[in-house]
Design a protein. Structure first.
Length: 142
């Protein structure tokens, strides 16, 4: 998506410029007054919203903390935008636990290759393998 927004503001001594920042996502309020909001990220990692209200002659910029930007993307953008910017979110359900597993380097390389062939992270591929094994064990116990 190409965005042609040109807005530059200085807020608390920091520059927020839509022309030099990276566009992250867009939301338009179709139900309300038609306010358009575009999320940007500066070259130094600060997030900000560019807001435009068609009923007002001005536009404005609102800086966001990373948590606020993350919540905004979660509420207004597809999952891919969220994952591209903030990484994969954990699946709903039980909390996660971290384990350390020592494997020979040759095995790590083989499973990393299999994960890459399936366009998955190594962690995601191993998790799916463990889920399949656990399901197979559950079925054979019945």
């Amino acid at each position: 998506m190409t965005i042609e927004i040109r807005c530059k503001r200085i807020i608390d001594g920091k520059t927020y410029n839509t022309e030099t920042a990276t566009f992250i996502g867009f939301f338009e309020d179709d139900d309300g007054p038609g306010i358009e909001a575009s999320l940007f990220k500066t070259r130094h990692g600060a997030f900000f919203l560019h807001l435009f209200d068609p009923n007002r002659p001005d536009e404005w910029i609102t800086p966001l903390r990373i948590e606020e930007a993350q919540k905004w993307v979660e509420e207004n953008c597809p999952a891919k935008v969220y994952e591209d910017e903030f990484g994969e979110a954990p699946e709903a359900g039980h909390s996660e636990a971290r384990i350390t597993l020592r494997v020979p380097e040759s095995l790590r390389q083989r499973i990393a290759k299999r994960a890459e062939e399936r366009n998955q992270s190594l962690n995601a591929w191993i998790l799916r393998c463990l889920e399949r094994c656990a399901s197979a064990d559950d079925e054979s116990a019945s």
